[in-house]
Ligand binder design. Sequence first.
Ligand code: 8X3
Length: 260
Amino acid sequence: AERLADKVILITGASAGIGYATALEYMEASNGKAKLILVARRKEKLQSLKDLINKKFPSSKVHIDELDITKLETFKPFLEQLPSDFKDIDILINNAGKALGTEKVGEIDQKDIEGMFQTNVIGLISFTQTVLPIFKAKNSGDIVNIGSIAGRNAYPGGSIYCASKFAVRAFTQSLRAELTNTNIRVMEVAPGMVETEFSIVRYKGDEDSAKNVYKGITPLVAEDIAELIVFNTSRRSNTVIAEAVIFPSCQASAYHTYRE
Ligand code: 8X3
């Protein structure tokens, strides 16, 4: 839409899954006119995505950079080193996040506890803090945090992941409340079952366990979430779709999924 033309959109975790699909969706929706800043740890994946976008939209502007959302000290230098036509960020998609393991409390690897909190919570919060002054200075900007149904329904084997996504929801709500005297919009998109690398990462490369998660169901795909993110950020500027939970039709909560 016209509303997206010339917008500078920063997506974390853009190398795969929802982040990757969201990058493509913004370009499709803006007919190549949005400007994308795509960051992730895997730069070679970002490069292929950039090549793909540039092929579809030859004059499109895409800036890629290696960024690990757990390396807080890199955030300021990263923003300062942005090329001048990418500096004025309009939309921040806090997408980088992960689940690690399904162990129960007492058996959870300390590394997994810290890994989830560092990425999903501390990284997301700190990155938002670094970008927010840009939005405050111009009294506009959109922040979309990727939450989860796990941020609403806590399930066994998900204690840390669920806690991290409850934290995302709480942080999003507080931030929205702090910014009601501005035109900055703060939104949460909370998916249920989406088939991406999510389960492969959660099961640490065990593809059979990962596949099992989606057995007998038709999960959402990353593009479904991408469409919702683009929709939410292209409403009239006074419209805030504060929280959006999105499921495949077989799912009604983290506890209720119909399987064939
Ligand atoms: C959604 C994944 O495992 O909570 O983030 O259904 S799960």
